[in-house]
Design a protein. Structure first.
Length: 94
């Protein structure tokens, strides 16, 4: 496989693997919350999140390839945790 090729997706479905992936993602989001609260948003890096979440940095990059992707997921997770996802976006959603 060359450097520019992406690995093929797995062709099987495993309920256990899906459960483990959700647990890993939750640990990553909780680590982000801890870091933002204790260190400040500007100090959050993939390396520090991986360390606090106790996952390999490569695992973190597999789930969130960029810092923007990590932050987008984190902000969505926080919104869900505090119930903001339940509010309508505009008057048409009422």
């Amino acid at each position: 496989m060359s450097v520019n090729e992406t690995p093929a997706k797995r062709r099987y479905s495993s309920a256990l693997r899906e459960s483990q992936a959700k647990i890993t993602q939750r640990r990553i989001m909780e680590a982000m919350a801890d870091l933002v609260a204790s260190e400040g948003a500007d100090r959050v890096t993939h390396a520090t999140v991986a360390r606090v979440a106790q996952v390999a940095e490569r695992t973190l990059y597999r789930h969130y390839r960029t810092k923007d992707a990590l932050w987008d997921s984190f902000l969505e997770w926080v919104s869900e945790q505090v119930g903001l996802a339940r509010f309508p976006e505009d008057e048409h959603e009422l």
